[in-house]
Design a protein around this ligand. Structure first.
Ligand SMILES: [Zn+2]
Length: 455
């Protein structure tokens, strides 16, 4: 039995608008077994003895943060696509060039480094939206789930939990245009064969689980949407889908199906509490109502959306409609949950020229419990008895955070201020260093393998 007592200078407890000072957190075998705010003005009478063996956590301790939308290999493009003009579609061509060079070994090395970078940023769980399934030309590997297995192994090495959102990707456009070139590696032929392959993949369930994804309405024909949604529903698994990231997708969907992508998903049973729509940058007001009524979640990816010139999603309108919001770093132009979260508020300010749309606690919820729930981990993302023992401690004495109120970390801190990360009761990051992965070195090596060597 592994039991630890932690004494947090500040901890952000559930339902609290602000962090609580001096909180004793007890963990046993990876679960939180006790959360005790010590009395204001002092410790209990026996305080000194009771706390003698507690591990001090100076700074602000947050629950584990969840990155609800990741494509690990996109990290290889960071800082490499900014030289010229272009848009989402020209960026995608560059992304496909990297895609063409990955195999299970190089993907394991790259994803391990990327997930370790996430751990350094306080991310204890990632949703990997995975569509690079097969070998060149679409030929399956001997193990048709070799790429999925590489991602699960990468997360284990990096020490974080993973939901593998296995994406069904069958066509190149809404009109059913067949996959060509690199895209052939994404395809299973049809949704039934997709389901058959995914069905055969059963990771341990302790640090990894499987969910489903509809890549987008561009990639799954309307008559096959229900097959993917039904698969997820029968397994009580999360279902994610890229939705209305680009106006062009809306236009194409209207032209072919006479309705918006959101309406198309609704008509084929793909919306609901277990569904997360990724981006939802360009929904109509009718779409927002559909998402809200069905309690479909939305995963915003603000740093990617700005990097790709996608636009600003209507975050406040969606939250007001009852849509749970989560966050993802998607293309990993940045891996920084603080930057991602505050962008939700700051983008609204730019749009409205007013401040105060999302309180800090709403940003925390999006980054923690809502993200975990969107990935199917309903027992994580809160510092509460019974939850997984994920503790993310942020320094309050760095050049960025010195002098801020603890709740102010959401507007002041960066990923570099994460001092310690505990995942399932195990220390993974200490003093800002990953205990098992040399993150900068492994990133450099893995990215060189899939980029410069071939240029
Ligand atoms: Zn994405």
């Amino acid at each position: 039995m592994t039991s630890t007592r932690w004494l947090a200078e500040y901890a952000w407890l559930p339902e609290q608008a602000e962090p609580t000072p001096d909180v004793l957190i007890e963990t046993v075998n990876g679960r939180i077994t006790g959360v005790t705010p010590l009395a204001p003005g002092g410790r209990p009478d026996a305080g000194v003895d009771v706390l003698a063996d507690a591990v001090r956590l100076p700074g602000l301790t947050l629950p584990g943060l969840a990155n609800a939308h990741s494509h690990a290999f996109h990290r290889a493009l960071r800082g490499r696509t900014h030289g010229g003009r272009g848009d989402f579609w020209s960026w995608r061509d560059q992304m496909y060039a990297v895609t063409g060079r990955l195999d299970p070994d190089s993907y394991l090395a790259l994803a391990r480094a990327v997930y370790a970078e996430m751990a350094l940023a306080g991310i204890t769980c990632v949703g990997e939206f995975h569509y690079l399934h097969h070998g060149p030309g679409g030929t399956p590997y001997d193990d048709p789930n070799a790429m999925s297995a590489a991602l699960v192994e990468a997360a284990a090495h990096a020490g974080i939990r993973l939901t593998l959102l296995d994406a069904c990707y069958l066509t190149a456009a809404v009109d059913g245009q067949p996959l060509a070139g690199t895209q052939q590696r994404f395809g299973d032929g049809d949704a039934l064969r997709w389901a058959e392959r995914v069905e055969a993949f059963t990771p341990d369930g302790v640090h990894a689980r499987v969910g489903a994804a509809i890549h987008s309405v561009r990639a799954v024909p309307a008559e096959q949407l229900a097959t993917v949604a039904g698969w997820a529903d029968r397994r009580d698994a999360p279902l994610h889908v890229h939705l209305s990231e680009q106006p062009a997708e809306n236009d194409a969907c209207r032209a072919v199906h006479g309705r918006t992508p959101t309406r198309l998903l609704a008509d084929h049973g793909a919306l609901g509490r277990a569904t997360t729509a990724v981006h939802a940058t360009h929904p109509t007001s009718g779409d927002v109502a559909l998402l809200g009524e069905s309690r479909t979640g939305v995963c915003l990816c603000p740093t990617t959306e700005r990097d790709l010139a996608d636009g600003i999603g209507p975050a406040r309108r969606m939250a007001d409609a009852g849509i749970p919001l989560s966050l993802g770093s998607d293309s990993h132009a940045v891996i920084d949950p603080f930057e991602e979260a505050r962008a939700v508020e700051l983008d609204e300010r730019l749009r409205t020229r007013e401040r105060g749309h999302f309180a800090p606690v709403a940003l925390l919820t999006a980054a923690s419990s809502a993200g975990h729930a969107a990935l199917g981990w309903t027992d994580a993302g809160r510092i509460a008895v019974g939850d997984r023992a994920d503790l993310v401690t942020v320094r309050l004495d760095s050049v960025r955070t010195a002098g801020v109120t603890p709740a102010g970390v959401w507007f002041a801190a960066s990923a570099a201020d994460v001092a310690q990360v505990v995942v399932d009761g195990r220390v993974l990051v200490r003093d800002g260093h990953h205990l098992t992965v040399d993150v900068p070195q492994e990133l450099a090596t893995a990215i060189a393998e899939v980029t410069t060597r071939h240029e």
